[in-house]
Design a protein around this ligand. Structure first.
Ligand code: ADP
Ligand code: MG
Length: 694
């Protein structure tokens, strides 16, 4: 029997371990840094480093690494052993406070979007004491921030921490105005549901597209997909179940609150959701979860696919980002309270969030963009590319009542009369959840459903936090000087509801009518990464981030560049992979089949038959092969044309020409596949792949 309590966090240097190992004054000092952001004394750092090292060695660690989150979207690590030579030709095991706090990895090969000139390749990593170190394999992992010599941000963690700080500053101003004297701090809580696919390793290994691009570039629709709804929540087969057990166990050891697991909609698709936690930790833990998902799959003879759209015929994968803000006294500010007073505070944060999402919808869309997610958003399985908020009927009519100074009725009863001197009173909404909404209020949190399964959750949370900070700042600026707080607040709420209610939509987000309705409302419909990413450098958004000290303009320009570069590089890899699958596998195989069919037709003719059907077969294969061959030349020409273009133009060219051509090729190839003798088609089919884990 596993002792779950013992197992949980057994490889994490968390508070339990620190309390046990660190002298009380050292622990207290560290908490001052963690809770209040006070600088860490070097004696404290040394004492922590020593104990961290002893603890890690007791778990078999021989190395340590500064673990960071560069703009690749995945994590980076360079391992250093604890070994130092001693005077007698032996070794001592050493790890100082300085080793803990600061690292200097060569940063020249990480994407910087031109931020770091090549002559200054040094990057710095700095320990993030608000997250937890852990031991994986033989290495002590230390979560760190990553920046350049001049302090420019090169990672996703640092701006996330800054956005939390910005939101805390503004939220505290509002909470003070409500008289919350006991609250010292607010935190953002996030729970991210992670979807993934499992494919047998031997089958996947025969698909260069899966191995190199993480998704299939061709593949005919299988006879059976997800139409029977028989995979969602279905009984978990033995092999997957063994995998999930191993995954849970490892995640628990690292202190990740893995909670829910189930089969998802598509065959071969599954989900894991953790219990929500503070956003910085949730982000680290989601990165770790994705890594462990892959490594555990390898030990079970499987490949874990985190791509947003590994297979065309069935649902893709996303990552629902459940987001809320709470006080250090345990009050969820997005939870309707028990008293009218608490409800007014809730309404303030609710309306502020609505305003923030409407005002910065373009940024929020940009924060979830990427070549992979372009296949998902707007494809009637995931939210559309248009951002809107689902509030449910009760809250929507409450906001209407506030806006129009009308009476509010809940559950048939007259619950409150609104006006300057009366306050709303209502209970938590119980309306059905709307699965099609990109940003849904689900009782006490917002669920942002546009995040891609392979993406770091840092970017969308940076945008959410900073945007909300900004709206709260405007509220606080006005309220702090208002003679009558409640009257002023109601005025602000009414004004914000009026200005931003266009973002609220409780209907079906997949419908065609919504697209035209959204257009009429003036909402953004940024269909692809190329359309969305430039939002990062729109003047109003640069102003937002600089106002709150999250990014400066240069950093935003560089991020925009990195994202666009990443987009066309991804498409370039896909294009090269597809070309090779065609030229080295499919086309030669087609020629062989053509030869065989030619012989067949000739033979039949000699027997004085018309060979009509055989000829049709031959013509069909011939014409498809011809089209594929032409396409390879087309792709070559396009790649040449794209080569000299600058970043934005290049990204656009890849989308308009190369991506479009690849879709065309796929159609021809997929038709061909259905005609081919199974054993002669050079790649495993969708049936082979989707049902490979048995
Ligand atoms: P569903 O699939 O029905 O949306 P799940 O249980 O799969 O629900 O996931 C819900 C996620 O939301 C979990 O990660 C959960 O911890 C998280 N969550 C619950 N309450 C909050 C909250 N107040 N703030 C942030 N996340 C939350
Ligand atoms: Mg779920």
């Amino acid at each position: 029997m596993v002792d779950l309590k013992e197992l949980f966090g057994s490889k994490m240097f968390g508070r339990r371990e620190m309390k046990k190992r660190l002298p009380p004054e050292v622990y207290e000092d560290l908490m001052l840094t963690v809770e209040n952001g006070e600088p860490l004394k070097s004696a404290t750092a040394n004492a922590i480093a020593e104990e961290m090292k002893n603890w890690a060695i007791s778990l078999g660690a021989t190395h340590y690494t500064h673990w960071f989150q560069p703009m690749t979207g995945i994590t980076a690590e360079k391992h250093e052993s604890f070994i130092e030579p001693d005077k007698d030709g032996g070794i001592i095991l050493s790890f100082s406070g300085k080793n803990l706090i600061k690292g200097e990895p060569d940063a020249s090969s990480f994407p910087s979007g031109g931020l770091r000139a090549t002559f200054e390749a040094r990057g710095y990593t700095a320990w993030d004491p608000t997250s937890f170190a852990f031991v994986k394999d033989d290495t002590l992992y230390i979560p760190t921030c990553f920046f350049s010599y001049d302090g420019s941000l090169l990672d996703k963690k640092t701006p996330l921490l800054k956005s939390c700080e910005a939101l805390n500053t503004q939220a505290m101003r509002i909470l003070k105005l409500f008289g919350n004297e006991d609250v010292k701090k607010t935190v953002v809580n996030v729970g991210s549901e992670q979807e993934y696919f499992l494919v047998d390793k031997d089958v996947a290994a025969k698909r260069p597209d899966l191995m190199l691009c993480g998704r299939t570039l061709i593949g005919a629709k299988p006879p059976k997909g997800q139409e029977m709804d028989d995979h969602y929540y279905a009984a978990i087969n033995h092999r997957v179940s063994e995998y999930m057990k191993d995954l849970d166990r490892q995640l628990w050891e690292y202190g990740v609150y893995a909670k829910t697991k189930h089969n998802e909609v598509a065959p071969g698709q599954h989900e894991l959701a953790p219990v929500y936690t503070e956003v910085n930790l949730a982000t680290d833990q989601n990165q770790l979860t994705m890594e462990v998902m892959k490594s555990v799959a390898a030990t079970h003879g499987m490949v874990c696919l985190l791509h947003e759209k590994p297979f065309k015929a069935v649902n893709g994968s996303g990552k629902h980002n459940n987001w809320s803000i709470a006080t250090d006294t345990g009050v969820n500010l997005l939870d309707p309270g028990k008293t009218p007073h608490e409800n007014l505070q809730f309404l303030t944060f609710l309306v502020a969030t609505i305003s923030a999402v409407d005002e910065y919808q373009d940024l929020l869309r940009a924060s979830v963009s990427g070549a992979g997610n372009d296949h998902r958003l707007g494809a009637n399985e995931a939210p559309p590319a248009i951002i809107s908020i689902f509030l449910g009927d009760q809250l929507t009519s409450l906001l209407e009542a506030i806006e129009n100074d009308m009476e509010f009725h809940a559950e048939g009863k007259k619950v409150m009369e609104l006006g300057v001197h009366t306050l709303p009173k209502f209970k938590r909404d119980t309306t059905d959840r709307n699965r099609t909404s990109p940003f849904a209020f689900t009782g006490n949190k917002f669920e942002f459903r546009m995040v891609g399964s392979s993406a770091s959750i840092a970017s969308p949370n940076i945008v959410l936090n900073t945007a909300l900070a900004d709206v709260l700042k405007n509220f606080a600026d006005e309220l702090e000087t208002a003679p009558d707080f409640k009257a002023a607040l109601l005025k602000i709420l009414v004004r914000n509801i009026k200005e931003h209610k266009r973002i609220i939509f409780n209907g079906n987000n997949y419908s065609e009518e919504w697209k035209s309705e959204a257009k009429a409302r003036g909402l953004c419909d940024l269909k692809t990464t190329v359309d969305a990413v430039p939002a990062y450098v729109a003047p109003k958004n640069v102003a937002l981030f600089t106002r709150h000290g999250v990014f400066n303009k240069t950093e935003l320009v560089s991020r925009c560049d990195i994202l666009l570069e990443n987009y066309y590089k991804t498409l370039n890899i896909e294009c090269m992979t597809l070309k090779s699958m065609l030229s080295n596998h499919i086309i030669p195989t087609c020629f062989r089949l053509e030869k065989e069919l030619c012989g067949l037709v000739l033979n039949k003719k000699q027997l004085d038959h018309s060979a009509k059907r055989e000829k049709w077969y031959l013509d069909t294969v011939s014409s498809a092969t011809g089209k594929l061959l032409d396409s390879v030349f087309d792709l070559d020409r396009m790649l040449e044309e794209a080569a000299p273009l600058l970043t934005y133009e290049k990204a656009k060219y890849y989308r308009n020409n190369i991506f479009a051509k690849m879709e065309e090729i796929r159609e021809v190839s997929d038709k061909l596949e259905t005609l081919f003798p199974k054993d002669e088609w050079p790649f495993p089919t969708y049936t082979d792949l989707l049902y490979s884990v048995r």
